[in-house]
Design a protein around this ligand. Structure first.
Ligand code: PGA
Length: 249
């Protein structure tokens, strides 16, 4: 059985005062689903202190090196030291803003695993790629190249985030989500074996809200969500956590 995961990606949002939102999420986080919040790096340590044990904390990126002359970067070990247990890697905003390619993501993933972090690895197609019917090719290529050997159900979570659905209010149909999630499951089982392939959790991300969470969580092979905008406030995130708890129950 895969434990469902409600993951919040705060992106470049949040000051110390925002940590009070974690209190509002704490009660819902006591349910059967795991709850994860990935605040900006400046808040990881304080968030880990503020979060009850019921909310896991993660980073949003890490460098591929353990330490060294990389001004402005944060290593996986630093995130771990600050109290993180997860890190998001390969988010499309990183791929675009920082020209990150699959090979970079793969190197970062290895570094994160060495530091003992669980990786939420993001894949997803652009609108042009979907319209050209290339979605599964793109996702397959991203999975093959971004994920290093050695994946397990504990160290890897994959998030399918169609780029055109992120922050736009546009959501794929449940058939489109199901097609990609079934495909990812099959690819992971083929590469890592049925046991590992079946234990890796697959999240959907892109404009998830309280109002659409239930139908998304009913799709096969959807084990939770990676949520941006609707994870910033407890009032928006709690209904998503509750929908996931209901789907798990
Ligand atoms: P969104 O972002 O929920 O605001 O669309 C999702 C994400 O980028 O992880």
């Amino acid at each position: 059985m895969r434990t469902k995961l409600a993951a919040g990606n705060w992106k470049m949002n949040g000051l110390k005062a925002s940590l009070s939102e974690l209190e509002g999420m704490a009660e819902a986080a006591k349910g059967v689903s795991e709850v994860l919040i990935c605040p900006p790096a400046t808040l990881v340590a304080a968030a880990a202190d503020a979060a009850s044990g019921d909310i896991a904390i993660g980073g949003q990126d890490c460098h591929a090196s353990e330490s060294g002359a990389h001004t402005g970067d944060v290593s996986a070990g630093m995130l771990k030291d600050a109290g993180a247990s997860y890190v998001i890697l390969g988010h499309s905003e990183r791929r675009t803003d920082h020209d990150e390619h699959n090979e970079h993501v793969r190197a970062k993933c290895k570094a994160a695993w060495e530091a003992g972090l669980t990786v939420v690895l993001c894949v997803g197609e652009s609108l042009a790629e979907r319209e050209a019917s290339n979605t599964l090719d793109i996702i397959g290529g991203q999975l093959a190249t971004s994920v290093p050997d050695g994946a397990t159900g504990h160290n890897l979570v994959v998030a399918y985030e169609p780029i055109w659905a992120i922050g736009t209010g546009k959501v794929p149909t449940t058939d489109q989500i199901g097609e990609v999630h079934d495909f990812m499951r099959a690819r992971l089982e083929k590469r890592f074996g049925a046991g590992v392939g079946r234990s890796v959790r697959l999240l959907y991300g892109g404009s998830v809200k309280g109002s659409n969470a239930e139908e998304i969580f009913a799709v096969s092979n959807v084990d939770g969500a990676l949520v941006g905008g609707a994870s910033l406030k407890a009032a928006d995130f709690v209904p998503i956590i509750e929908a996931l708890n209901a789907a798990a129950g």
